[in-house]
Design a protein around this ligand. Structure first.
Ligand code: K2U
Ligand code: ZN
Length: 169
């Protein structure tokens, strides 16, 4: 178990479509455990593998942030198979520090995925759990929540981080 560095907006891997997990081997299981530890330490209620520099379709979600084991989801090759309704709520992202903006998302989603034992699981989610699942699956498709804001807001935010990165370089 080890925490991993969280990639920030501007990192190419965050804009790429992650590859499906072909075999749930020890590498994937170690990555999953490291993602759980990194998510809890952030703290966060979700994390996607590209955020820790691994371009594979693996996400972790835990609304209890480590308090309740039954709240932890480790989902391999997750897919949204149904969605319903719409709601707006402020979102943040561990890869876009200090930015909180309202994002419209489905109120309910059904997600089909494999668990680390390779068993298929169907997750019926609503409200914040639905939002976290959509937010993390977006990461697997190279979409950040800022890409769902108005073009003006999105360009202002991207420019701000580009300038900060240039200063650091
Ligand atoms: O993927 C990430 O960057 C972690 C996100 C996940 C998330 C964002 C907005 C709404 C749902 C999930 C967050 O940074 S985790 C931090 C957090 C904590 C409590 C409530 C919302 C977000
Ligand atoms: Zn995020």
């Amino acid at each position: 178990m080890a925490r991993r560095e969280i990639m920030k907006i501007g990192a190419e891997i965050l804009a790429r479509k992650a590859a499906p997990v072909e075999a749930i081997d020890n590498g994937i299981k170690t990555l999953a455990q490291d993602m759980v530890e990194t998510m809890h330490a952030a703290p966060g209620i979700g994390l996607a593998a590209p955020q820790v520099d691994s371009a594979v379709r693996l996400i972790t979600v835990d609304l209890s942030v480590g308090e309740k084991l039954e709240d932890l989801y480790i989902l391999v090759n997750p897919e949204i198979t149904a969605q319903e309704g719409s709601c707006v709520r402020e979102e943040g992202c561990l890869s876009v520090p200090e930015v909180w903006e309202k994002v419209t998302r489905p109120q309910k989603v059904t997600v089909r995925a494999l668990d680390l034992e390779g068993r298929e699981q169907i997750v019926e989610a609503e409200d914040l759990l639905a939002r976290a699942l959509c937010h993390e699956i977006d990461h697997l498709n190279g979409t950040l929540f800022v890409d769902r804001l108005s073009p003006l807001k999105r360009s202002l935010i991207r420019k701000k981080f580009k300038k900060a990165a240039a200063k650091k370089a």
